[in-house]
Design a protein around this ligand. Sequence first.
Ligand code: NAG
Ligand code: NAG
Ligand code: NAG
Ligand code: NAG
Ligand code: NAG
Ligand code: NAG
Length: 508
Amino acid sequence: MARQLIINTLCCSRWTQLTLFLVTLLSHFTTTATYHSGAPHELLKGFNTAPDLSTSSFQTLLSDSVGNYSLGFLRVNQNQLSLAVIHVPSKEPLWIANTNKLARWSDQTRIIFDGSLVISDTHTGLFWSTYTDGDRVRISNTSNLLIEKVTGTISILWQSFQFPYNTLMENQNFTSAMKLVSSNAIYSMKLGSNFIGFYAKFNMNSSSDHDTVHGELYLKHNPLQAKARVFEGEGPIWVILNPDGYLGMYQNGSTPVDVQPFSTFQQPGLGNRRIRLEPDGNLIAYFWTGSSWVVDFKQISDPCELPSTCGSYGLCQPGKGCSCLDDRKEYISGSCEIPGNRKKVAGGDFCGLFDRKYRVLRKYGVELPYKEIMAYTRKSSLAKCESACEEVCTCWGAVYSNTSGFCYTIDYPIQTLVAVEDETKMGYFKVKEGGGKKKMVVWLGVGIGLLCGVVLIFLGVMGLFWKRAAREKRRYVEEEGVARGVGSYRDLGSTKLKALELSQTQSS
Ligand SMILES: *[C@@H]1O[C@H](CO)[C@@H](O)[C@H](O)[C@H]1NC(C)=O
Ligand SMILES: *[C@@H]1O[C@H](CO)[C@@H](O)[C@H](O)[C@H]1NC(C)=O
Ligand SMILES: *[C@@H]1O[C@H](CO)[C@@H](O)[C@H](O)[C@H]1NC(C)=O
Ligand SMILES: *[C@@H]1O[C@H](CO)[C@@H](O)[C@H](O)[C@H]1NC(C)=O
Ligand SMILES: *[C@@H]1O[C@H](CO)[C@@H](O)[C@H](O)[C@H]1NC(C)=O
Ligand SMILES: *[C@@H]1O[C@H](CO)[C@@H](O)[C@H](O)[C@H]1NC(C)=O
């Protein structure tokens, strides 16, 4: 009977497995992604939907009139969801709703249009909202997601072009109120009073407060042309990706004060361009050929000038590629760190109780990739520059030029340095030692474990003593009981004796 049951469950689980497999296979062929050409061109009030759980990458909700761009659910990290606008032929995300936290890929998550476009979760509540009172949602032919009021005239209440993600499209007005953020959230692009600024946030977890909001400035693009200068105090600047193939900077008119031309400059075609802040910190322009995106501009052309082209503690040799600051280490798959140890060096500083330990790494012939815009102090010797870093627990390293006396201190985990022929340029770098906090925690754990062990043994011994004492006490009580004649043995004996006596007397 029991055996039958087991066989039954076995066979059933087989069946379930097989069915599941078939279902997965089928769904794989039918619903991996839904890039419907028949998707609606507008969403009206009352729209309310949840993600289709069988969709594996992108689920279309809305498309522009020709089907170049779609709004939909983008599946990220397996079980999370972003509301995104993608370029349909290349599936490239161009815009993502900026939520603090990602919603779940679950039927509890809903996207609603009730005048506002809303992402909400039936359990945890509102994730994101446009807070508008519009009549319809649509996508323009340049991927701008619009919420419009349609009462006689059409007015735009909200547009995604005012809240960019990592991409700018043609004619999108990039103003000083906006920023682009790379998909890994490390790099950002923002306008200054007269420049385009590129920032890196290498230290998310520094205990120092002097970190700026945006992070380290690694590139400052100032207008190059002398004839049309930016006049500081004459109002803010803005930047537009021009359909003619250049990035223009404007101040108070339609004539650009700065032009960065692309290699496809003045090539005909409309709606074929985008520019994106990349996960390596570069700003790259792309041109759509009809079947693929080709690169036609890079803000930083030399990879060694990127802020972290060879990763943490990497060394970039112009024209040669990557190696490591530490000669004993090999540059493997984009990193100079031992796999698994990577997190340890990723952030923080040397200020915490458990973070003070480090070893020092020195290297000659190195400089910072963007030292021109970094603050420095003048020191009369390398030793003085080094001690300026050694004495400050938020400092990760220092680079010194023996000829100029410039001392650059680095307040974030060491990234990539550039190799130079000049041996008078020297670097001093702190390297986090051991497991740092983790090791201390482990030792603390071992300590507590040992203490617990000792206490347990002590308790055990005490317990044994107590048990023995208790047993002895019980025996004592028993013996006492016997002695006091509580038991019936003697009585019985005595009656027996009496009976014996009786029988004896009877027999006699
Ligand atoms: C871009 O935005 C700025 C600032 O809001 C504004 O002054 C300028 O007119 C806009 N330019 C275009 C072409 O829309
Ligand atoms: C733009 O700025 C220049 C330089 O200050 C000034 O001469 C010009 O009048 C300004 N134009 C407008 C339209 O404000
Ligand atoms: C988008 O549509 C507008 C008219 O609404 C038109 O002027 C423009 O050329 C179109 N752009 C593209 C890229 O098709
Ligand atoms: C947009 O669609 C048109 C027509 O299908 C196509 O020719 C064009 O290349 C598309 N543009 C982009 C950027 O995908
Ligand atoms: C920052 O701290 C959080 C939590 O303490 C941790 O999960 C994250 O990995 C840290 N980031 C870096 C870059 O160290
Ligand atoms: C640095 O400069 C000083 C004097 O300017 C010189 O004595 C010293 O040898 C130099 N050190 C190196 C490593 O070049």
